[in-house]
Design a protein around this ligand. Structure first.
Ligand code: SAH
Ligand code: SF4
Length: 453
C-alpha cells in the first residue's frame, strides 16, 4: 500500500534543488498559539509543486525510472491537484512510495474553512510544516451585466488571495498580519499549494480559478525569489497555466524589489500599498516608509509602468479621520498626477488592536470624486467576508489569541499619538523597528541583486 503523504507527514526544511532525503514523519505541533512562535519549521522533503524545471527528471533518472513518469506526476499535481501519493495517477505503487519518501505531494494542511457573504467568500487557514498558520481567501464574482445578446459583459471570476510569508515584519498598525510579527518565508511549494487547494475546491463544482493576487499574509517583495518562482510556475502552460495578466502582486514599497521587477520585465500586475501620500502619515501607517519614502516608491512605480507598459495600481485603505480628508485626496492626486496609475480605495476592515474605524461610505465617495476630478482612475473596492474575519491575517491572529487588554490599550495609545503628530505634519524621526531593520537588511539587498540565499 502506498503511504498517504498527507500534509500531516510534514517535517524539516526545504530547498527546491536539495537532494531529497527520507526522514521519519512528524506530526505538526498543534499547541503553538501564535504563528510567529511556531518557527522555524518545514521539511527536508521538497514539495512536488515547487520543483525547479528538470528536477523531477533528474530524480527519476537517478532512481532508474523512465522519464515519461515526470509528465504523469506533473499531470497529477497540476491537472488533478493530487494531495497524496496515492492520487499520483498511473504510477506503480512502488513508485508512489518512492515519491512519497522523497517529496511531499502537498505541503499545506487545511486547518479551517470559513464561508461568508452567502457563499461568495471562502477563507482557508492552512497549517504549514512546523505549525505556522497562513491564510488564503477565495472570492467568487458571478457574471454580471448581461447585454442584448444574452452574454455577460463581465465573465464569472474566481480570485484567490494568497500568502507569501507567515506573519509580516513590516508591521502596519491597521493590519492583522502586521500585529502577528514575522514568522518565516513560505517555500515556493507552500505558495503554489494554496492555489492547488483552491483549484481542487473549485473543480469539485466544475469551476476554474481565474485570478491570483498576492495580497494575503506577508510582504511578497521581502520573499521575492520564491514569489518569482511561484509566479513562473503559475504562468507555465505545462503546469498551472494562468496568464501573467491574471496575477497581481502587492507590496508595501520595497523599492529595490520594485526596481528588480522592472529590470525583469512584465511578470504580473504590480500593486503598491500607498495608504497616505504624505511622509509623516505614511511613516505611521506603513513603517517601511521610514526607509523608502513615498516619493521614492512612486518614482519606482512610475519607472515600472514606463518600462513595462503596465499600469500600476495603488491601494489606499480608508481610515476614518486619519487619511481620508480632502487634503489627503488632493495630496494623492498631486502625487500621481500624469502617471499610468489607478487607485483602489478599500474601506478598512476592523482589526482588534487598532483604535481606528473604516471611513463612512459617503466620505469614501467624496474622496474618490476628488481624486477622479484630477484625472486619476479610482475604484472603490467592496470589502469581502467581514463576517469571516476578512482582513487577511485575522483568522490567524484570532487563533493566536487576543493580546492582553493593557497591551492593546498601550498600542492604541501609541498609534493615536503617532498619527496625531503625523496629522500635524510632524515626522517622528524614528527609524525602523529592530525586527523590520533586520528583515530589510537581510532581504531587500537580496531583492535588488536577484540572488537566492
Ligand atoms: N504586504 C503586502 C501584501 C499583503 S497586504 C502589502 O501590504 O501590499 C494586502 C493588502 O491588504 C494591502 O494593501 C494592505 O494594506 C491591505 N490591508 C491590510 N490590512 C487591512 C485592513 N485591516 N483593512 C483593509 N485592507 C487591509
Ligand atoms: Fe505586512 Fe502588508 Fe500587513 Fe503591512 S499591510 S503589515 S506590509 S501584510
Amino acid at each position: 500500500m502506498s503511504p498517504s503523504n498527507k500534509p500531516g507527514d510534514l517535517a524539516g526544511a526545504t530547498s527546491v534543488t536539495a537532494a531529497p532525503k527520507t526522514i521519519p514523519a512528524r506530526a505538526p505541533s498543534r499547541d503553538s498559539r501564535r504563528t510567529a512562535d511556531a518557527m522555524p519549521g518545514s521539511s527536508d522533503r521538497p514539495g512536488l509543486s515547487g520543483l525547479a524545471v528538470g528536477a523531477l527528471e533528474t530524480w527519476l533518472l537517478a532512481t532508474g525510472q523512465p522519464p515519461f513518469r515526470a509528465k504523469q506526476i506533473r499531470d497529477s499535481v497540476w491537472r488533478h491537484n493530487a494531495a497524496t501519493a496515492a492520487e499520483l495517477r498511473g504510477l506503480p505503487a512502488a513508485l508512489q512510495d518512492s515519491v512519497a519518501a522523497a517529496f511531499r505531494v502537498d505541503t499545506i494542511e487545511e486547518d479551517e474553512v470559513t464561508v461568508s457573504d452567502g457563499g461568495l467568500t471562502e477563507k482557508t487557514l492552512h497549517r504549514l510544516a512546523g505549525g505556522a498558520l497562513v491564510e488564503s481567501v477565495l472570492m467568487h464574482y458571478p457574471a454580471r451585466g448581461y447585454a442584448g445578446s444574452g452574454r455577460p459583459l463581465h465573465r464569472e471570476r474566481h480570485t484567490l488571495c494568497i500568502s507569501s510569508q507567515a506573519g509580516c515584519a513590516v508591521g502596519c498598525p491597521f493590519c492583522a498580519t502586521g500585529e502577528l510579527g514575522f514568522g518565516r518565508d513560505l517555500e515556493t511549494a507552500e505558495i503554489v499549494d494554496q492555489v492547488r487547494h483552491a483549484a481542487r475546491r473549485l473543480s469539485a463544482t466544475g469551476r476554474d480559478l481565474t485570478n491570483v493576487v498576492f495580497m494575503g499574509m506577508g510582504e511578497p517583495l521581502l520573499n521575492l525569489d520564491r514569489v518569482l518562482e511561484s509566479v513562473a510556475i503559475l504562468a507555465d502552460p505545462l503546469l498551472f497555466g494562468l496568464g501573467a495578466r491574471h496575477v497581481v502582486v502587492s507590496t508595501s514599497g520595497v523599492v529595490p524589489g520594485i526596481r528588480r521587477l522592472t529590470a525583469l520585465g512584465p511578470q504580473f500586475t504590480l500593486a503598491i500599498s500607498l495608504h497616505a501620500a504624505r511622509d509623516p502619515l505614511r511613516d505611521v501607517l506603513v513603517p517601511l516608509n521610514r526607509r523608502w519614502p513615498v516619493a521614492e516608491v512612486v518614482a519606482a512605480a512610475r519607472d515600472h509602468a514606463r518600462v513595462t507598459g503596465r499600469r500600476v495600481s495603488f491601494e489606499y485603505v480608508m481610515i476614518s479621520g486619519v487619511n481620508d480628508t480632502d487634503v489627503d485626496a488632493d495630496a494623492l492626486a498631486r502625487l500621481l498626477h500624469g502617471d499610468l496609475a489607478h487607485v483602489n480605495l478599500i474601506p478598512m476592515n476592523p482589526v482588534a488592536h487598532t483604535p481606528w474605524q473604516a471611513s463612512p461610505p459617503e466620505r469614501v465617495a467624496a474622496f474618490a470624486a476628488r481624486v477622479r476630478h484630477n484625472g486619476i482612475g479610482v475604484t472603490i473596492r467592496a470589502n469581502r467576508g467581514q463576517d469571516a474575519g476578512a482582513a487577511c491575517g485575522q483568522l490567524a491572529a484570532n487563533r493566536a489569541g487576543e493580546p492582553p487588554a493593557p497591551t492593546v490599550a498601550h498600542r492604541r495609545e501609541v498609534i493615536v499619538r503617532a498619527s496625531e503628530a503625523a496629522l500635524r505634519g510632524e515626522r517622528s524621526g524614528e527609524g525602523l523597528s529592530e525586527s523590520l531593520e533586520k528583515a530589510v537588511e537581510e532581504r531587500a539587498v537580496r531583492a535588488s541583486r536577484g540572488s537566492r540565499p
